[in-house]
Design a protein around this ligand. Structure first.
Ligand code: NAP
Length: 281
């Protein structure tokens, strides 16, 4: 079975639209602030997608574009303005930030209650604790949404996550653990990766290497979730999995594009609605 992200995103969108209606009936307009430093092409492309999605959901977006050479203190000031703006309920700050900016200071400058992409360490800690009052990062949450949508039970399952970044692998491992999965986390220093991945009930790959995972890493029962977004040698988008090589072998697989990436920005708005309710109820 091909696990399409669009189906999941459409379902989530319906739920969000309902929530937005209820919030608007109370005279509140849910609003996201996108804070972008510089004009990185992948940030711009994500931003365009988010604006389009927000329009469909009836959510307002304010884009704050800042100069590449902005000082840490000025960025903090900008975030504080947004923290104090009662008409803005969530903040998306694109990272990585330029090297001269002190990322630690910035992380702590976003009010945790508006931190809908889990940058502030307080929200990271809540993910660790399984405390659902916080915000989990969007990409790992999108993976969980896909598994839930397709009724893939996690309890007691042997789940292997390849990748341990703070954006995907590590928080995802915690979310899976919170769902009672038995989780193995692999990374670039893991020995015998193939032997470990072959034994997984569910294999989730977030390594950032085009088509790296092929038929040698899977078995015929593997449920394969590909988080990777890469450009292949001829310029097409592809995942970390060699889709053509494994698709007829594994039990289920997410495509790229059209898999996890298609759900990520909908999850951002799901978190925005949660933030809006927390701030206004
Ligand atoms: P990252 O920060 O570069 O982390 C990559 C991780 O993979 C690291 O933990 C690294 O191990 C591990 N790794 C690299 N090569 C490996 C190998 N050969 N074998 C085993 N592990 C290996 O990347 P990221 O930010 O997590 O992103 C991962 C992928 O997801 C990228 O393709 C990115 O574009 C994509 N992504 C997608 C979305 C979405 O919405 N779908 C969102 C964010 C990211 P070490 O820790 O040992 O270095």
């Amino acid at each position: 079975l091909i696990l399409y992200g669009k189906e999941v995103a459409d379902k989530l969108s319906e739920e969000i639209i309902e929530e937005v209606k209820k919030i608007k009936e109370k005279g509140i307009e849910p609003k996201l602030a996108i804070v972008r430093v510089g004009r990185n092409e992948s940030d711009l492309s994500y931003e365009r997608g988010a604006i389009k999605r927000a329009e469909k959901l009836g959510i307002k977006v304010e884009v704050v574009e800042l100069q590449e050479d902005i000082k840490t203190s000025d960025l903090v000031e900008c975030l504080e303005r947004i923290n104090n703006d009662i008409y803005i309920h969530g903040i998306l700050l694109f990272r990585p930030l330029p090297k001269h900016i002190d990322e630690n200071t910035i992380k702590n400058s976003i009010n945790p209650i508006k931190d809908i992409d889990c940058i502030n360490p307080i929200n990271v800690a809540k993910v660790m604790e399984g405390d659902k009052t916080g915000f989990a990062p969007c990409t790992p949450s999108a993976v969980i949404e896909i598994l839930n949508h397709y009724n893939i039970d996690l309890k007691g399952k042997n789940v292997v996550v390849v990748g341990r970044s703070m954006v995907v692998g590590k928080p995802l491992s915690m979310l899976l653990l919170n769902e009672d999965a038995t989780v193995t986390v692999c990374h670039s220093k893991t020995k015998n990766l193939k032997e470990i991945t072959k034994k997984a009930d569910i294999l989730i790959v977030a390594i950032g290497r085009a088509k790296y995972i092929n038929r040698e890493y899977v078995n015929n029962k593997t449920i394969l979730i590909d988080v990777g977004i890469n450009v292949d040698s001829v310029g097409n988008l592809c995942g970390d999995v060699d889709f053509e090589d494994v698709k007829d072998i594994v039990s289920d697989i997410t495509p790229v594009p059209g898999g996890v990436g298609a759900v990520t920005n909908t999850v951002l708005f799901k978190n925005l609605i949660k933030a809006c309710k927390l701030q206004t109820e």
